[in-house]
Every structure is written in structure tokens, then in C-alpha cells.
Design a protein around this ligand. Structure first.
Ligand code: UDX
Ligand code: UDX
Length: 463
């Protein structure tokens, strides 16, 4: 069966870029991305490509090519469901903030709503594809809702988790390491798997498309993220050891990564990982393991999160100690708010936690990030619910240039690895700062020797 019409529910960081690439590479398939959020859809339809709701290098080019041809963004969810042969579910699955599994389990209410809506609308057979990261066995729940509330049509469920990383999404989608498709090992399931394989085969080599059963696919996504996060927590744990012994984390990381069995990627020590997936997925894995009575497995993975929290705390404590044990009333500049470079996404960004801890100490924070708005920063901080919102407004200031953020500052913390930070006129910044001028490089991206030659006191992570 050749698919001619696709619908994707959820026009977010995953749904938007993924569907743009599917549409670009399959001009004969009509791809409609729908979302409840009207503003988001309006932004996706904006003629000014600089105003797309998410920032991702090269996304604008792909949208320019496919939008209006076979790529459409709409709020009419019912119509798109009715028309599509294949429906991707790409809505958010945040960590639960209430009830059983609070703070750990994934909140599946949006996924369930999607399933109920699909069941209600569909009057022809559909292939339903889980794109959101979901706990293993979710497909069973979706299947049950579809079969029990549907109009008697046939539903096939597939799991097709996304492995794109933000900031490099377009590249990751264009040349993926692998595409993973899980489905039922029945006659109908195999046909559905093949239909989705054909969509990807328009541009992905066959040998990079891996098909598995549903549960392997669901679990692989969760655990792939856990493995990646574990590498960061491992190297971050060593950064503390380096600081205590005089070893240098960059040298240690290089030495470890040159072992071809280990490899060099994801060994960059930092102020801690952020993003929408790592913490959420590991908590989910911990919760599932615990629910299954696998306490040792749960504790093992939980430690990855604890190490990440420790790294953020350690970074801030180190700053405060270095600034003579008080930052009250001092101006501290933060460069970067996004959870990594080349994205405007701030979910779980280390910057939020660093700012929060510094505000606890009554420091005045001036932030500059090339892509994040002040309202986003305020809502991130307010979401933590640490103090009244007026207090946050009082202490957190957003600057439109790095030079104004740093004017009169006692210290600067680098929290995102934006390339432009290395191109600044650091001599000019030094001249404008209070002395001694401290740099806390939470990403180890600046040139220590050069900065020390200017007169800065430089503290990287793990040296
Ligand atoms: C989401 C999940 O969080 C992640 O687990 C998964 O791997 C991929 O999908 P992301 O695309 O980054 O990640 O989320 P987000 O940018 O929040 O986009 C979700 C979109 O779904 C939002 O635009 C939201 O408005 C929309 N949505 C949510 C619906 O259209 N309907 C709903 O019922 C719920
Ligand atoms: C991740 C996975 O990489 C991707 O495969 C999955 O689909 C979604 O989750 P993403 O969260 O977009 O992608 O970004 P990623 O590049 O993995 O970075 C996550 C965090 O780890 C960032 O805060 C990043 O700065 C940090 N990081 C990464 C480090 O601190 N050190 C490293 O060596 C690598």
C-alpha cells in the first residue's frame, strides 16, 4: 500500500521538522500538520520564514520548498484525521505533576485524547504512528481505545520514535543513523510497517531502516536517551574529581574517547544536560522499572539524574564561593538560556536552575541569549514556583546585547555553547566589568589562555 495522505497531530519541535522533511522528500504525499494551538499554526504559516515558531538551522529552506505544495499547517484536526491514511501522534508527554507517579511517570493524557479523537472521526482504515516518546506498552492502550470507541474500522499501531537532536534536526532527519519502526508481527501489522518503510525509503537507505516489534521500538527510544544522558553524567562526575585532583577534564575526556570502543561523542563536560527528553525519559524508565519491582534497575538509572542535579548545584556553589561567599546585590551576567546552541528551546535548560539558585542568593541576573525571549525566560523561572513572580521580575533582566548584559557585571556564566560567544570582543567586555572579572565557563567553550592574558579570572568545568 502506497500512502498518499499523512496527518501529524502536534506541530512542535518534533512534529514540525519531521513532517517538513517527509513532505520535502515525498512530493506525492500530502502532509498536514495540525495543532490545537492556533498561534503556533499561524506562525508555521507565516510568510516571513524568520517567524516560524521554532528555530532550527535550515528548517526555513525546507518549509519554503514544501509548504503550500504538499505540506500544510492547520488547526482543523478533524478534517485532517478524516482525510489521512496514516496519522502521526507527536504531542507532548510531560512528566506527571499530580497523582500516581507524580514527578516521574509520563503524563499520557494528550496521547489518549488524540486516540479518542481519531477513533471518533475515522470512517476508513488508519495506520496510527506513535512519534512521541512513550512508556513501553502504550501502544496497547492506544489500540484498546481505538478498537473500543471506534466506528468499526481497522487500526494498525506503529511505533516510530524520533532520534533527532534539536539544533541539528534537519541534518539528523536528512541523514539519520537509523529509522526505527516497530509494529505488530501480524499480517496487517507487517503491511503497515512496510507502508511506513516506503515513506522513509524515499531518502533513507534500506539498511538504515530497522523494523522491530512494538515493545522493542518503544523501549529503545527511552533507553537510547538514557544511555546518552548517562555518558554526560559519567563525564560530569569525573569533572568533580578532576577539580579535586588537578587533572583536566578535557584531557581525560579526550583520552577516554580515543578508545574506539567508547568513542568521542557525548563526553563534553557541562553544567548539566537539559532538553525536553533526557530527564523526562529517564524518570519514566525509573518509574517503569520500579513499577515492575526492579528496584536495582530503577536506582541505577536514577543516579544519572541525581548526578545532573549535583553538577548544576556544584557549578553555582563554586560561583558563590569564588565571589567571596556573597553575590547579594551583585550583577551576574548569564550568556545563554537555551538548553543547547542553535535552538530556541529552553525546556529543562541548566540556565533556569542556575538563575533560580542565584536569585535565591539575591544576585541581579542579566541574561543574553541570541534566540530566547524575555517572556520565555520569565515563564521558565516562574514555572519552578520558587518565589512570587514579582521577585523574579525584579531580579531577572533580559538584555538585547551581550555588552549591555556584561556592563558593570562582577561575573559571567556561560550556560549555552552558542558559537557567537567565542567571537565577542572580550577585551572590551573586560574593560566594562567589575574587577576582578570572573568567567565561569559552564560549557568549556572559551579560550582560557587568551582570557587570562586579558586579565580575567577563568574557571571552566573540571579543571
Ligand atoms: C514531543 C514530546 O514531548 C516528546 O516526548 C516526543 O518525543 C516528541 O513530541 P515536542 O515536539 O518537542 O516533543 O513537543 P512540543 O514542542 O511541546 O509539541 C507538541 C505540540 O502538540 C504542541 O504544539 C501542542 O500544542 C500540541 N498538542 C498537544 C496538540 O495539538 N494536541 C494536544 O492534545 C496536545
Ligand atoms: C536528545 C537525543 O540526542 C535525541 O536523539 C533524542 O531524539 C532527543 O533527545 P536533544 O535533547 O535535542 O536530543 O539534544 P542533545 O544534543 O542530545 O543534548 C542534550 C543535552 O545534553 C544538552 O543540554 C546538551 O548541551 C547536553 N550535552 C550534550 C552535554 O552536556 N555534553 C555532551 O557531550 C553532549
Amino acid at each position: 500500500m502506497k500512502i498518499k495522505s499523512i496527518c501529524c497531530i502536534g506541530a512542535g519541535y518534533v512534529g514540525g521538522p519531521t513532517m517538513s522533511v517527509i513532505a520535502q522528500k515525498n512530493p506525492n504525499i500530502k502532509v498536514t500538520v495540525v495543532d490545537l494551538n492556533e498561534q503556533r499554526i499561524a506562525d508555521w504559516n507565516n510568510v516571513d520564514l524568520n517567524k516560524l515558531p521554532i528555530y532550527e538551522p535550515k528548517l526555513d529552506e525546507v518549509v519554503a520548498e514544501a509548504r503550500g505544495r504538499n505540506l500544510f499547517f492547520s488547526t482543523n484536526v478533524d478534517e485532517a484525521i478524516a482525510e489521512a491514511e496514516m496519522i502521526f501522534i507527536s504531542v507532548n508527554t510531560p512528566t506527571k505533576t499530580y497523582g500516581a507517579g507524580k514527578g516521574m511517570a509520563a503524563d499520557l493524557k494528550y496521547v489518549e485524547l488524540c486516540a479518542r479523537q481519531i477513533a471518533r472521526i475515522a470512517t476508513s482504515d488508519k495506520i496510527v504512528v506513535e512519534k512521541s516518546t512513550l512508556p513501553v506498552k502504550t501502544a496497547e492502550a492506544i489500540q484498546s481505545i481505538l478498537d473500543n470507541t471506534g466506528n468499526g474500522v481497522n487500526f494498525q499501531i506503529l511505533s516510530n520514535p524520533e532520534f533527532l537532536a534539536e539544533g541539528t534536526a534537519m541534518r539528523d532527519l536528512a541523514i539519520p543513523d537509523r529509522v526505527l519502526i516497530g509494529g505488530n508481527q501480524t499480517e496487517g501489522g507487517k503491511l503497515a510497517i512496510q507502508a511506513l518503510v516506503d515513506v522513509y525509503a524515499s531518502w533513507v537507505p534500506k539498511e538504515n531502516i530497522l523494523t522491530t516489534n512494538l515493545w522493542s521500538s518503544e523501549l529503545s527510544k527511552l533507553t537510547a536517551n538514557a544511555f546518552l544522558a548517562q555518558r554526560i553524567s559519567s563525564i560530569n562526575s569525573l569533572s568533580a574529581l578532576c577539580e579535586a585532583t588537578g587533572a583536566n577534564i578535557s584531557e581525560v575526556s579526550k583520552a577516554i574517547g580515543m578508545d574506539s570502543r567508547i568513542g568521542p561523542k557525548f563526553l563534553q563536560s557541562s553544567v548539566g544536560f537539559g532538553g525536553s527528553c533526557f530527564q523526562k525519559d529517564i524518570l519514566n524508565l525509573v518509574y517503569i522499572s520500579r513499577s515492575l519491582g526492579l528496584i536495582e534497575v530503577a536506582d541505577y538509572w536514577h543516579q544519572v539524574i541525581l548526578m545532573n542535579n549535583y553538577q548544576r548545584d556544584r557549578f553555582v556553589k563554586n560561583m558563590i564561593k569564588t565571589l567571596y561567599n556573597t553575590v547579594s546585590g551583585k550583577n551576574i551576567a548569564l550568556l545563554g538560556w537555551a538548553f543547547k546552541k542553535d535552538t530556541n528551546d529552553t525546556r529543562e535548560s541548566a540556565a533556569i536552575y542556575v538563575a533560580d539558585m542565584l536569585i535565591d542568593e539575591q544576585a541581579i541576573i542579566k541574561v543574553y541569549d541570541p534566540k530566547v525571549t524575555r517572556s520565555q525566560m520569565m515563564s521558565d523561572l516562574n514555572y519552578l514556583n520558587t518565589r512570587p513572580e514579582e521577585e523574579n521580575t525584579k531580579y531577572l533582566h533580559n538584555e538585547t546585547s551581550p555588552y549591555s548584559a556584561l556592563n558593570g557585571a562582577h561575573a559571567v556564566a556561560i550556560l549555552t555553547e552558542w558559537d557567537e560567544f567565542t567571537t565577542y570582543d572580550w577585551q572590551r567586555i573586560y574593560d566594562q566589568m567589575q574587577k576582578p572579572a570572573f568567567i565561569f565557563d559552564g560549557r568549556n567553550v572559551l579560550n582560557q589562555q587568551q582570557l587570562e592574558a586579558i586579565g580575567f579570572v577563568y574557571k571552566g568545568i573540571g579543571s
